[in-house]
Design a protein around this ligand. Structure first.
Ligand SMILES: NC(=O)c1ccc[n+]([C@@H]2O[C@H](COP(=O)([O-])OP(=O)(O)OC[C@H]3O[C@@H](n4cnc5c(N)ncnc54)[C@H](O)[C@@H]3O)[C@@H](O)[C@H]2O)c1
Ligand SMILES: [Zn+2]
Length: 393
């Protein structure tokens, strides 16, 4: 039998003068990998089970969910998988943004270790963005990375959090401060799960769709304007194409720069102020999508103040945010927030990004501009601008 070690390795010597042993020689190495995964957007339990059974094969499945989703969907999912002959374990975290932290992640790692979960077994993240972000980070850390499949159950998670492999937990200093890029093995979005969401949760998910429509698709934007009522009623005839379109936009945009090498991410539209607002309010009082909606309105106001966006686009974007009953103004937030706290959180983001605060400003519907010269003064003015839609038009 020949050696599996290639010649360029067996040839390495310690001989004097050999390039490898000469003082000051730099050794360069590289590690490449390509991740490819499918996003299944399916209508019911049977099609979810079918897609999952194929991904799990003969491995053990460990479901991480939250207590709400456990009762509503995950127990039924676990039974279905068991009936398919799959060995299933399940644990549930407390629902909500406050669970998205290192402590919960450590408890989940302990659970996996205690359940004797192996390197090739499959973790299923069944829930909203909180479960998906936390479980994904746990999957990236356990045994240096185990396969995980996202089964998003909120609109927000189906159109955004489940796709792209950005996994993280929050820290009091900044949102998503501790995390990784770690791609799922698959995403299985069951549209029927959206039927049990509260309207507030649907609105919050819609914010992330509005974001994508503004940065990339006038056609999707018009669809949102026309179908708003049916979307809020979670009618599958509209949510299915909507999740499809939004998932396609997200995958296409993320593929160009999956590890955020250049940080020119149009997908961050609304998120600079949105994340700062979530940090300033202690995570959980505002839904992520609500904070993002307000962040988008702030960005529109900054763009308008700079003369970058035409009046019609500005009115349509602010009008859609308002029609979706998402927060447009400071008063709409409905909770006391100190501007100084929001600006301090923005400064923390600036620090995390080595002094550059990349701000996505819309220049129309379907077009944006990214700049890093937005000042705290401009942000402060836009935070407080009393723009009601009537005055925006
Ligand atoms: N990784 C990413 O790229 C990315 C992108 C966008 C957002 N996020 C993150 O996602 C998180 C927000 O996600 P979210 O809005 O889904 O919040 P969430 O996970 O807290 O879910 C919202 C609420 O809905 C409940 N719920 C979930 N599915 C349900 C269903 N089918 N029926 C009834 N109730 C259900 C949950 O128990 C929870 O109480 C934030 O932490 C945000 O940072 C991540
Ligand atoms: Zn988001």
């Amino acid at each position: 039998m020949g050696s599996a070690v290639p010649d360029d390795v067996t040839n390495i010597t310690v001989a004097d003068g050999h390039p490898y042993v000469r003082a000051g020689t730099v050794i360069t190495t590289r590690a490449c990998r390509e991740d490819r995964y499918s996003i299944h957007i399916v209508p019911d339990d049977a099609t979810v089970l079918d897609a999952l059974a194929r991904e799990i094969g003969d491995r053990v499945a460990a479901i991480i969910t939250d207590e709400n989703v456990e009762a509503l969907h995950a127990r039924r999912l676990a039974s279905g998988l068991t009936e398919c002959g799959i060995d299933v374990r399940m644990t549930a975290i407390a629902p909500g943004e406050q669970s998205k932290n290192v402590r919960t992640a450590c408890q989940l790692l302990e659970w996996l270790a205690g359940a004797d979960f192996g390197r090739l077994d499959v973790l299923l993240a069944v829930g909203g963005g909180v479960v998906i972000d936390t479980a994904g980070w746990v999957a990236s850390a356990y045994m240096r990375g185990i396969p995980y499949v996202n089964v998003p159950t909120t609109l927000l998670a189906q159109v955004d959090a489940a796709i792209g492999g950005k996994v993280a937990v929050n820290h009091p200093r900044a949102k998503n401060l501790i995390g990784a890029f770690y791609q799922p093995r698959a995403v299985v979005s069951g549209i029927h799960y959206l039927g049990t969401l509260s309207e507030r949760q649907i609105r919050a998910g819609l914010a992330e769709v509005i974001k994508k429509a503004v940065i990339a698709s006038p056609e999707v934007f018009t669809f949102l304007e026309q179908e708003l009522d049916s979307i809020l009623a979670a009618e599958p005839a509209v949510t299915l194409p909507l999740v499809h379109a939004a998932s396609s936009i997200k995958t296409r945009l993320v593929e160009r720069d999956p590890y955020e090498a250049d940080l020119h991410r149009t997908l961050n539209f609304g998120h600079t102020v949105g994340h700062a607002l979530e940090t300033a309010t202690g995570y959980g009082r505002l839904l992520h999508g609500e904070a993002v909606a307000f962040g988008m309105a702030v960005a529109v106001r900054i763009a308008a103040h700079r003369g970058l966006i035409d009046a019609d686009s500005r009115a349509r974007i602010l009008g859609l945010i308002a029609a979706a009953d998402l927060p447009l103004t400071y008063e709409d937030l409905g909770i006391p927030v100190l501007a100084d706290d929001v600006l301090a959180a923005i400064d923390a983001i600036r620090q995390v990004r080595a002094g550059h605060l990349r701000f996505v400003l819309p220049t129309g519907i379907g077009s944006t501009l990214i700049t890093d010269d937005v000042t705290n003064g401009e942000i402060r003015a836009a935070l407080f601008a009393p723009t009601r839609v009537a005055s925006a038009v």
